[in-house]
Design a protein around this ligand. Structure first.
Ligand SMILES: C[S@@+](CC[C@H](N)C(=O)[O-])C[C@H]1O[C@@H](n2cnc3c(N)ncnc32)[C@H](O)[C@@H]1O
Length: 449
């Protein structure tokens, strides 16, 4: 197919469609057509973005991360290390993780049954025996190692470019009409400062220099690698999935104001603005370096969002201000006391008829004992300790504890819009639990039991 041309620009950079190539690709994320976009930064460095597209379902697979104007560029060696980190994670997920079930069935469960007269009844009993199994120990050590390796591989790129990224963030301010309001006096909750969540050095909130965007830049790139590209080139999969669910729940929805709680760098937030371009979209987080980066990223991508540094447990928004208050995978990183407060605060700032949607990581309790044990790997090995409680809790009860009447809040499931190509655990994990509520309106589950 002949080369096609076209271009668009962000501050200090531009990208152009280079070619459409009908050759089949031989990678698991490949398709029948391949389009490539080259993105050149002001400094002359170039990133390439590719899309594979395959019939009969006409959707694109991410080949690389979308090279927006704040994304770190990579030298040849940095790119190689990052590609290796993602490749070995994919290898573990596709070729090694599944072997845990075989090891369990062949080496672990039979002696347990012999000793106890019954199979392990839950993930806790599986944990007792499975953590002594050599195959699992090898898998777990590799998972942990690749998580650390992923951050290490990106840190070099961010450190090398930090002053330029800070300058670029300042230059992008005001380009798309969004805003940024920081509150240096905000107390960072202890569930954040207790440890570096999912092993990100310094976690989301640490700042080391004026105008720091380090944590945001690191998170953006490392999360793309961590998710093995499953979240899409713009990392919008969670946002898009929750929007599709919301549109089914409220078919005639035309929200005027939307709030995304715990936005980090706005991966999901931007999807909401794209879906509802006439709405004012707000995004809050406790972490200033992520908000600075997220604001600059949104401006670079031409999407107007109002970011502010606030705790979702108690915000400065007036009563009844929003039509939608949502979050994407933050609740498991809060605490048992914080969760009902966030649900209660969401209710306060929602207008009558407004919708609350707090979507989080897959459940633990509803899975089989071995799948529940494998899915909680992040809890015990990846510094997500609070997640174990949240992911097994009665979520509708937490909603009621936050002040929601029983008929207005349910615990539902959100299907992912595009199921991941490579997963560590089980296909049931593509259903994401959600605390769904409508203010002053009775609400029912959408997902079948
Ligand atoms: C896993 S990340 C969320 C990812 C993001 N929502 C997305 O879809 O890309 C969790 C984020 O929640 C933020 N967070 C956790 N507790 C919070 C709270 N109480 N108020 C505001 N933000 C919070 C953290 O700072 C972190 O940036």
């Amino acid at each position: 197919m002949a080369a096609a041309a076209g271009s668009s620009s962000a501050a200090g950079s531009n990208h152009s469609l280079l070619s459409l190539n009908p050759k089949p690709l031989c990678c698991p994320q490949g398709g029948f057509f391949y389009a490539e976009i080259r993105h050149t930064y002001a400094g002359g460095q170039t990133n390439r973005l590719g899309y594979g597209v395959r019939p009969p379902v006409w959707y694109s697979f991410p080949m690389t991360q979308y090279p927006h104007g704040m994304l770190v560029t990579r030298t040849h060696d940095e790119e190689a290390r990052q590609a290796y980190a993602m490749a070995i994670r994919k290898h573990l997920a596709a070729n090694v993780a599944g072997g845990n079930r075989t090891a369990y069935a062949v080496q672990v469960e039979p002696p347990f049954v012999k000793a106890h007269g019954h199979k392990p009844k839950d993930r806790h009993e599986v944990r007792e025996v499975m953590t002594k199994n050599g195959y699992y120990q090898f898998y777990s050590a590799m998972q942990r190692h690749t998580q650390e390796m992923t951050f290490d591989s990106v840190i070099d790129s961010v450190e090398r470019q930090l002053p330029a990224l800070i300058d670029r963030a300042k230059a992008l301010d005001g380009k798309a009409g969004g805003s940024l309001k920081l509150n240096p006096a905000l107390e960072i909750p202890s569930y954040h400062t207790a440890y570096d969540i999912h092993l990100q050095p310094g976690a989301y909130h640490s700042e080391f220099t004026a105008g720091d965007v380090f944590a945001g830049a690191l998170y953006d790139r490392a999360t793309y690698l961590y998710a093995m590209g499953n979240l899409g080139p713009m990392m919008e999969l969670f946002g898009r999935s929750l929007i599709a669910y919301y549109k089914k729940l409220v078919p005639d929805a035309a929200p005027k104001r939307i709030l995304d709680v715990g936005c980090t760098v706005g991966h999901s937030t931007l999807a909401w603005k794209r879906a509802f371009p006439d709405a004012e979209v707000y995004a809050i987080d406790v972490a200033a370096p992520c908000l600075r980066y997220g604001h600059a990223r949104a401006e670079a991508m031409g999407v107007a969002v109002h970011f502010s540094q606030q705790n979702g447990e108690h915000t400065d928004f007036p009563d009844g201000f929003f039509d939608v208050v949502c979050s994407h995978i933050i609740m498991h990183e809060t605490s048992t006391r914080a969760a009902p407060r966030i649900f209660g605060e969401s209710r306060r700032i929602l207008a009558p008829g407004g919708t609350m949607l707090h979507m989080d990581n897959p459940r633990l309790g509803e899975l089989s004992p071995i799948d529940g044990f494998l899915a909680e790997w992040e809890v015990t090995n990846n510094n997500e300790h609070f997640g174990g409680t949240y992911r097994a809790a009665d979520l509708a009860a937490l909603g009621r504890a936050g002040g929601w009447p029983a008929d207005q809040v349910v615990f539902d499931f959100v299907p992912l819009e595009m199921p991941p190509k490579v997963m560590n655990y089980t296909t049931k994990a593509v259903q994401f639990p959600c605390v769904t509520a409508r203010k002053d309106v009775a609400v029912a589950k959408l997902a079948a039991e």
